[in-house]
Ligand binder design. Structure first.
Ligand code: SAM
Length: 221
């Protein structure tokens, strides 16, 4: 059953966040990224959290150029993980940049781009509902024509029956903070369309998660 990402220290003596969920989902997500990312893709990750995804993908996708980011409160641990684990055993030609501060609500914090892809895992149900369209708008802004936005996590709706675990997770989140909640994929898709993104895929992932894939309009091919 899907629960909130639990953050515990990876090594007791180090204050680095560690997510058990990331350990379970990093390989299934990697397989999806292999299918979608173009060679030598420049990717901006929003809400990198513990940084485990960033390290894993940079170790397995040759030529990848991955830019982790997160809000200020997560940045210290994220930087520590990247400096401890993200500087060795990278795939040939892969580069893992120093994490940058990015709160999707801060228009001044979005980097210049262009990126071939924006990736974000388990963020849309944590950030405030009003922040989700800001994530979509920011992604559309930094993507080059034909660039991809990949959103991984639990979603409701969008023509997919709601899993009991996701309904329970949604209720739990809302009880903690009414601005949080598992988002409706149909609503997210409508919002994405309004920012010049088109919906390409809605892929089923383990533990009732999904990956929504969008593409910025304007590609020549
Ligand atoms: C459950 S954690 C997921 C972390 C990581 N991506 C993972 O899959 O384990 C939620 C993440 O969303 C980020 N987040 C929440 N609100 C955000 C915002 N307004 N802008 C950017 N990131 C945000 C948090 O800082 C945190 O890193």
């Amino acid at each position: 059953m899907l629960g909130p990402t639990r953050m515990v220290p990876a090594v007791p003596s180090l204050p680095v966040r560690f997510s058990e969920a990331c350990e379970r989902n990093k390989e299934p997500i990697l397989l999806v990224l292999r299918d979608w990312l173009p060679p030598r893709a420049r990717v901006l990750e929003v809400g990198s959290g513990s940084g485990q995804h960033a390290v894993h993908f940079a170790r397995h996708l040759a030529g990848l150029r991955w830019q982790p980011s997160d809000r200020a409160e997560y940045l210290g641990d994220l930087r520590e993980r990247i400096s401890l684990e993200g500087r060795r055993d990278l795939a040939p030609g892969a580069r893992l940049a120093d994490p940058i501060e990015l709160d999707v609500d801060r228009t001044d914090q979005w980097p210049q781009g262009p990126y071939e892809a924006v990736f974000s895992a388990n963020t849309t149900h944590i950030m405030a509902a009003a922040s989700v369209p800001r994530l979509l708008a920011g992604a559309a802004q930094v993507l080059g024509p034909g660039g991809l936005l990949l959103l991984y996590g639990p979603f409701l709706g969008g023509g997919v029956p709601t899993a009991a675990s996701n309904a329970a997770f949604d209720a739990h989140l809302r009880s903690l903070d009414p601005s949080m909640g598992v988002r409706d994929a149909g609503v997210v898709t409508e919002q994405a369309l309004s920012f010049g993104l088109e919906a390409l895929a809605d892929g089923e992932m383990p533990a009732n998660n999904r990956i929504l894939v969008f593409r910025k309009r304007g590609a020549t091919s």
